[in-house]
Design a protein around this ligand. Structure first.
Ligand SMILES: Cc1ncc(COP(=O)(O)O)c(C=O)c1O
Length: 503
């Protein structure tokens, strides 16, 4: 029996162990072991358990301990006792059918097809590890000022703000966002066009629900943002990958006629993840063609606030009057991700009409945080925080670029004039997924570029490297580790570099 249920721990006592943990009483241990063996089929239905005397001797416990354990298992139906002995009951469990399944195995559930499409490609690593793309400098967030803003909204807005709010969000926040976007991003909007959402992700989901039907065609940048693809999957859209080059999304000229889209996802200010800036010529072409075929352009301006060189690149939405653009933004980078506040700016012509649908689709909540954020923006605290972070990210970006150019060819480094990440292209013999896995084992969390691509190509082999939450000193060390890993992998593949470059 001991081979089936294993030896019991600390059979001597039920006292507290040296490390302060309380030992589990022998009786309880025995019950749990027998239950597990029955549930997993190691003790199949009908099998005869040893007599209490034999099991007690084998396990090194008192006979009374076994008797009580058997009585308990009989009381809850795991075993039945009769004159011939104690037997495992026929349970309607895998064990009863002789199947074995460990408790950690996934249950057999018929998920919706759209959920099955979320291939298990993402590693759920700690997103505060060095080099994680997209994580801002959380330790530099002005918590004291934020606490004051929260307290202020509690003092002024309670108890009314405990009830449901406007489904489109607090008017004060919608106005504050609109004023900020007009000035900082050249967006043409009023507060009435802004819908507050739970991060950019809900804004993307909302765009899908408002403007598409299942089966409609949606174009996505490839490589591109996984969150957009997830939203399109959930809407049962038919996704068409569009290549990306140094001028941003590159739409083949016949695509508009051959595969007319309903939605087009773009990140014009800083293509995610390659960092390309969408050229003005392409912006105008996209707007004109989308207007012609009745499509909506999603402009995801996730980190456009952090421009490191030259003038800020204004939004595509503001380029022409009434552009068919759904401008999506988020406070995940400018404030902090757990705030879960984002927004979509709807075109003026449809904002009023959409409000009716929003009444059914959304519930207004998180009102205190929204009011606090409105005050944070209006009081100038947000602008000051952005200014500080812009300087910090500029320095960190330079530090990462310097470190990378010590080990890799400059032509391998993509992007970098905006935001919080750079992308490093890798040669074909260095698998980005293997490199990312090995980096994670060293507690570094760059992401494989191929994980953002629907169509795997030579150019989609690389690493997306975040610098927002990593200090300049850490960046230098981390890049040295990456270069060592790359050299090791190059050695394993038989291709050695003759320069001091890693590959
Ligand atoms: C391209 C892109 N868009 C939007 C977001 C923000 O998403 P959310 O507001 O849901 O946190 C991110 C975050 O990583 C992003 O990388």
């Amino acid at each position: 029996m001991i081979e089936i249920i294993g030896p019991l721990a600390n059979p001597a006592a039920t006292t507290t162990s040296g490390n302060g943990e309380k030992s589990v009483p022998l009786q309880k241990q025995l019950i749990e072991r027998l239950q597990q063996a029955i549930l997993t089929g190691r003790l199949p239905a009908g099998s005869l358990l040893p007599s209490s005397r034999l099991l007690a001797a084998e396990m090194g416990v008192s006979r009374n301990t076994v008797v009580i354990a058997y009585e308990h298992l009989a009381a809850v139906g795991y075993v039945v006792a009769d004159k011939k002995g104690t037997r495992v009951s026929p349970l309607s469990s895998p064990s009863a059918r002789g199947e074995t399944r460990t408790s950690s195995a996934a249950p057999e559930v018929a998920y919706a097809a759209r959920v099955e499409q979320f291939a298990a490609t993402r590693t759920h690593a700690d997103n505060t590890l060095p080099l994680t793309p997209g994580t801002p400098a959380l330790d530099r967030f002005p918590l004291a000022a934020w606490r004051r803003a929260l307290e202020r909204s509690m003092e002024r807005a309670l108890p009314v703000a405990l009830g449901y709010g406007d489904p489109a969000g607090e008017p004060a926040l919608r106005d504050a966002i609109a004023a900020h976007l007009r000035m900082a991003r050249g967006v043409r909007c009023e507060g009435s066009q802004v819908v507050i959402t739970e991060g950019a992700q809900e804004a993307l989901n909302l765009c899908v629900r408002l403007f598409t039907n299942p089966g409609d065609i949606a174009w996505v940048e490839d490589p591109g943002y996984r969150g957009a693809k997830a939203a399109f999957n959930l809407g049962d859209l038919s996704m068409l990958p569009m290549p990306v080059d140094p001028e941003g999304i590159a739409v083949p000229s016949d695509a508009w006629r051959a595969h007319p889209p309903k939605l087009i996802y773009t990140s014009p200010a800083h293509q995610y993840p390659t960092g390309a800036v969408l050229s003005v010529a392409r912006r105008l072409e996209l707007i004109a063609q989308a207007r012609r075929c009745g499509a909506w352009l999603i402009e995801d301006d996730y980190d456009g606030e952090f421009r490191h060189t030259g003038e800020p690149i204004a939004s595509m939405q503001g380029l022409v009057e009434d552009a068919p653009v759904l401008y999506v933004g988020s406070f995940s980078k400018t404030m902090f991700p757990a705030l879960r506040i984002g927004f979509v700016v709807l075109p003026r012509v449809i904002a009023a009409h959409t409000a009716v649908a929003l009444q059914e689709m959304l519930r207004g909540g998180h009102r205190l945080e929204q009011l606090a954020l409105a005050h944070f923006i209006d009081s100038g605290e947000f602008g000051r925080h952005l200014g500080r972070m812009r300087r910090l990210y500029r320095e960190r970006q330079q530090a990462l670029r310097d470190a990378l150019t010590m080990h890799f060819a400059p032509s391998q480094i993509l992007g970098g004039n905006c935001g919080m990440h750079l992308t490093l292209r890798l040669p074909p013999h260095i698998s980005d997924r293997t490199l990312a896995e090995r980096a994670l084992a060293r507690r570094l969390n760059p992401r494989p570029l191929s994980g953002f691509a629907l169509q795997q190509r030579e150019e989609t082999n690389g690493l997306v490297i975040g610098y927002g939450s990593t200090s300049a000193e850490q960046l230098a060390l981390a890049v040295r580790v990456l270069a060592t890993l790359v050299r090791e992998m190059a050695g394993e593949s038989g291709i050695r570099s003759t320069t001091r470059r890693a590959v």
